[in-house]
Write a protein that binds this ligand. Sequence first.
Ligand SMILES: Nc1ncnc2c1ncn2[C@@H]1O[C@H](COP(=O)(O)OP(=O)(O)O)[C@@H](O)[C@H]1O
Ligand SMILES: [Mg+2]
Length: 258
Amino acid sequence: MNSNLRGSLANSDSTSSTPPSKRASLNSNSNNKLSTANNGSRLSMRNSTVPQAPHCPASNIKVYVRCRSRNQREVKENSDVVVSTQGKTGKEVILKHGNTTKTYTFDGVLGAESDQESVYEGVAKDVLDDMLKGYNCTIFAYGQTGTGKTYTMSGDLQTNINGKLTEEAGIMPRVLFDLFGRLSKVPEYSVKVSFIELYNEDIIDLLSEDDGRPLKIYDDTNNKRSVVIHGMDEVYIKTPEEGLDLVKLGSNKRKNQD
Ligand SMILES: Nc1ncnc2c1ncn2[C@@H]1O[C@H](COP(=O)(O)OP(=O)(O)O)[C@@H](O)[C@H]1O
Ligand SMILES: [Mg+2]
């Protein structure tokens, strides 16, 4: 059996899963979400042995919030800490303003104590599991500039002297290494990567060697729930390192370097 699996990683945080029957769809209403990202990199995988996933309920969106601690500038300015969380992993964000306290509940809240590994384990790993079961998946990070989208999604893209990721590696490099680790047990597969940036109204192919001419987006005539980005480069990779190189290449080409 051949199945074409898709995972999307976007800088504005959410994760999603689509049942195999809806696999052609880029945007599905069957999702897992995390908050923190702003350009999109997509990872597609063709695997000849994965089983069909069971039917997915209509909505499978999960929303996570990651709160960072104050940076040096904010500490220097003595800015108030108005947000409190329940440690490394909780479900509530508590906002205090004067005598008013408001509590907001999410699928998960990763406090300032959370590190890159716990974010990957708590948010992204399950999405990769779902993708390998045959669902279309998206991890999308959104938030104000400076809140930590790039740190969460990319983080450190370098490997250390032993070829391993560092503790600061974000979701994208961790997905690449985890994915290839799991695929090493699968006899036949292929993985391809695309990386686009939505900047103002333009879609820019960050892996294209062309002049950065904007790509065109169309409704998919075969699938009303889906869209097609015409002419987007899709690059086959055989190792996580090749994927990392593409993420670095594309990241350097982003118009928005925040
Ligand atoms: N959870 C975190 N722990 C430590 N540093 C962080 C964290 N989140 C963000 N930062 C730092 O804060 C700064 C802004 O984060 P960044 O990811 O660039 O924000 P954004 O992409 O949302 O504009 C960067 O210097 C980043 O390293
Ligand atoms: Mg950023």
